[in-house]
Design a binder for this molecule. Structure first.
Ligand code: FDA
Length: 319
């Protein structure tokens, strides 16, 4: 452990060379699997509320004091057994119960594959519908996160099927990197949907997804325009200044009703920017919690390797 610290420290000391800094990030990411989980938790705690539901309740209460809202996600995805999916469902039911018990200004976000969508459509549908039904009884909402492309059509189908049953307390996510998203939003418009618009996080083939940073931004703007011009309840989920500026300008131009949109960010990401947005808009943060905190955190760090170096710097240069 002490030796590992020394290696990291010496790499950090060479950080004036960008390549060495990148190397540090790569070393950290490569050695993550060898580190004690307690140490990895020091990274993780920035991005997750904790392993237990009560930590998500506490994070929601703290953010409410700043005037913000949250959405709570039980960590876990790509479940392959019905038994596990039922366990995930029971965790999500507990979240709905806790939101009711503590009277929180939040709602549940779910990953359809964690509830069995990858096993069987009807099985996944029934689990998700049960959550939406309980949420409706308590006057709550449920958001269906969007996962990778094999599940896009299925997830949108679940949303449409539930809406057709008369349940309007649910919403979807659209990913701006997907070439199909313009048509998907067009098809959703008759449902008067609530849409969270994000760039998209999974690795997709360029045949179906935009790959360049600018083309993803351009598509995000195009889709946002379409949503706002159709008076869609719009959840603008991004930390990208270019898109935030664009959205603020467009919202002002359209004199968009403050209750008909929100900015959304991930817990622990760009908190200063988030607090600045809070002065002018409704802001919601995505609060994941649960036993799968380890897998989730490693995915977050892999997305943004620079963050690994930043966190290690702050850990080892304290005092
Ligand atoms: P970009 O990645 O360019 O980030 C802009 C800047 O923000 C970066 O330069 C960095 O400074 C900072 N930043 C961004 N992400 C960071 C991170 N993880 N750690 C530290 N800094 C970071 N995706 C999906 O496919 N399906 C979904 O259902 C959702 N749901 C969702 C909900 C909410 C509330 C958010 C905010 C995001 C999602 N996403 C998602 C993830 C989304 O698709 C995307 O991957 C991330 O938001 C990053 O994209 P940005 O638009 O922030 O731009």
């Amino acid at each position: 452990m002490i030796a590992t610290k020394k290696v990291y420290k010496s790499l950090i000391l060479c950080k004036e060379h960008q390549t060495k800094f990148k190397m540090l990030n790569q070393v950290i990411l490569k050695t993550l699997p060898l580190m004690p989980k307690e140490l990895v938790f020091m990274f993780a705690k920035k991005y997750i509320s904790g392993a237990e539901l009560i930590t998500a309740v506490d994070t929601t209460k703290s953010f409410a004091k700043l005037g913000g809202k949250t959405t709570i996600d039980v960590l876990g995805e790509f479940v392959t057994t019905k038994e596990r999916a039922l366990h995930e469902k029971s965790m999500s039911l507990k979240v709905i119960e806790a939101i009711n018990e503590y009277k929180l200004d939040t709602y549940l976000s779910i990953k359809p594959t964690s509830l069995g969508l990858g096993i069987d459509y009807n099985f996944g549908f029934n689990n998700i519908f049960e959550l939406v039904k309980l949420a409706k009884e308590y006057g709550q909402f449920v958001r269906f996160d969007m996962e990778n492309s094999p599940y896009t059509t299925l997830t949108l189908q679940i949303y449409k099927d539930i809406r057709e049953k008369g349940y309007d307390n649910c919403g979807v996510v659209i990913q701006a990197y997907m070439r199909r998203s313009y048509d998907d939003i067009k098809e959703l418009l008759p449902f008067n949907p609530s849409i969270r618009l994000c760039k998209g996080i999974y690795v997709e083939d360029e045949k179906i997804a935009f790959k360049g940073k600018e083309e993803i931004r351009d598509n995000y703007k195009l889709l946002l325009d379409m949503m706002l011009e159709n008076n869609v309840k719009s959840h603008i989920a991004t930390h990208d200044d270019d898109l935030i500026f664009y959205a603020e300008k467009k919202l002002k131009e359209l004199n968009y009703n403050r209750d008909n949109y929100e900015f959304e960010m991930l817990l622990g990401v760009r908190e200063n920017r988030r607090n600045d947005l809070l002065k002018r808009h409704n802001v919601r943060i995505y609060v994941p919690f649960g036993e799968d905190w380890y897998g989730y955190s490693v995915r977050r760090l892999n997305e943004n390797p620079n963050m690994a170096g930043q966190i290690f710097k702050s850990l080892f240069f304290k005092n």
